[in-house]
Ligand binder design. Structure first.
Ligand SMILES: Cc1cc2nc3c(=O)[nH]c(=O)nc-3n(C[C@H](O)[C@H](O)[C@H](O)COP(=O)(O)OP(=O)(O)OC[C@H]3O[C@@H](n4cnc5c(N)ncnc54)[C@H](O)[C@@H]3O)c2cc1C
Length: 397
């Protein structure tokens, strides 16, 4: 293999370049990125950058010898060829790492999203004392932006269509526990409130009410960036579908007889890979996934198929708390509390039908999550009564 193209110069794309060199690949690497920035870290955007503590989150990775095509967008894919807005590029091996794009709402008003460093620096200018800030969505990003906006002295209202914050990421019973935290930070939280449209002077609510706002930040989720792959013949299903080795699959005749597709892998927010551990396809929007998946993907690309089946992990700093979540919650599983969620520190777990810990979430109990993640990985049945006792260290289970 002499020429590898990495499409998407974000976290996973940058890591893939790093891993290719670490694995001894000596051929050409071309990194194609729609943004004009070198790969940078996104979690600080909604934390340190909005808080004014940091302006630059560029990863300290060595891209010497990597051909950087920044400000260049991939527009299509054929076996062996990436089409871009400045012409085609041939490849022998391809890494797809185009991440995800924030979902926006209807309406003629200005809506801010938070995905890029440019988004963060622009938004930060508007988080000033007295500014009326409406945040749509009480998920991970919405809660973090609301925290930063309130700390900057803005008047913040968070509007959430569901009946609890974080109800999609966690479950309703757990998300509900976080609702009172908003008022502690002077933030108004309006649950069960759907937005019909963003207007120049605020939000038009589905019930006909109007919420006046100077700044509207929409944090209602992201969609994997697949537009450029629409006609490629790659299997797409809410992500680039891959096997457990992160190899894509071609459908139809796209990579048929005579076509030289070369190995193609997908990583990061855009990849929907098969998890044998959880018996389902997973697509994660987590830093840890973008960091780790390129290790397996690059090995696979270079001819040593390597299974990628981690225990997912995500964290969030919001409303004065460090929250962490590991694992994958089985549908319908009831939460098993570990400590009183009215107290500052607590955790909660979910178990599968075989009595194994499948997921754990904690507020200010990092050791529980670290040990819980290992326990989920190891997979023994766990005594739920002992789990529920916060005096029993998770690592002893
Ligand atoms: C504000 C914010 C806060 C976050 N906080 C946390 C957190 O606290 N904890 C956590 O675990 N995770 C967090 N995340 C998630 C984490 O940052 C992402 O999961 C991670 O960045 C995904 O990396 P990626 O490389 O897959 O995608 P990205 O980093 O989005 O990179 C994809 C890149 O591909 C480029 N691209 C897209 N389409 C094309 C194309 N057609 N041609 C060329 N280039 C293209 C994009 O411009 C982008 O630069 C946060 C994310 C955001 C936005």
């Amino acid at each position: 293999m002499e020429r590898v193209i990495v499409v998407g110069a974000g976290q996973a794309g940058g890591r893939a370049c790093e891993e290719l060199r670490r694995a001894g690949y000596a051929g050409v690497i071309t990194l194609v990125g729609a943004e004009r920035h070198r790969p940078y870290d996104r979690p600080p955007l909604s934390k340190g950058v909005l808080a004014g503590k940091v302006d630059d989150t560029t990863f300290p990775i060595d891209l010497d010898g990597v051909e950087l095509l920044l400000g260049r967008r991939a527009t299509g894919l054929r076996p062996g060829v990436v089409e871009t807005d400045e012409g085609p590029l041939d490849y022998d091996g391809l890494v797809i790492a185009t991440g995800a794009d924030p979902v926006t709402l209807p309406g003629d008003g200005r809506q801010r999203v938070l995905r890029t460093i440019d988004d963060a620096l622009e938004l930060r200018k508007e988080l000033v004392p007295g500014a009326r800030v409406a945040v749509v969505g009480a998920g991970w990003i919405g809660a973090e932006v609301a925290t930063a906006a309130a700390a900057a002295g803005a008047q913040v209202v968070v509007v959430e269509a569901g009946s609890a914050p974080l109800a999609v990421a966690l479950d309703h019973a757990v998300g509900r526990v976080t609702a009172p935290w908003y008022a502690e930070h002077g933030i108004e939280l309006r649950l069960n409130t759907a937005v019909a449209a963003v207007r120049p002077d605020g939000l038009e609510l589905a019930d006909g009410d109007h919420l006046a706002a100077d700044v509207v930040l929409v944090g209602v989720g992201v969609r994997p960036r697949l537009d450029w792959l629409a006609d490629s013949g790659l299997e797409l299903d809410r992500g680039v579908v891959t096997d457990e080795f992160l190899s894509v699959s071609w459908t139809g005749t796209a990579a048929g007889p005579g076509a030289s597709a070369g190995p193609v892998v997908a990583v990061g927010d855009c990849a929907a890979w098969w998890s044998g551990r959880f018996g389902t396809r997973l697509r994660l929007e987590h830093w840890d996934n973008a960091q780790q998946a390129p290790v397996a993907a690059v090995a696979t690309l270079l001819g040593e198929p390597t299974r990628y089946d981690p225990v997912p992990y995500v964290w969030s700093d919001q409303l004065g708390r460090m929250l962490q979540y590991a694992g994958h919650r089985p549908a319908g599983a009831e939460p098993v509390w570990r400590g009183d969620p009215g107290e500052p520190k607590w955790a909660v777990g979910w178990f599968d039908d075989a009595g194994r810990l499948s997921a754990i979430f904690a507020a200010r109990r990092p050791l529980d999550v670290m040990a819980g993640r290992r326990l989920i990985g190891a997979g023994p049945p766990v005594d739920q009564e002992r789990f529920a006792d916060p005096g029993v260290p998770v690592k002893s289970l």
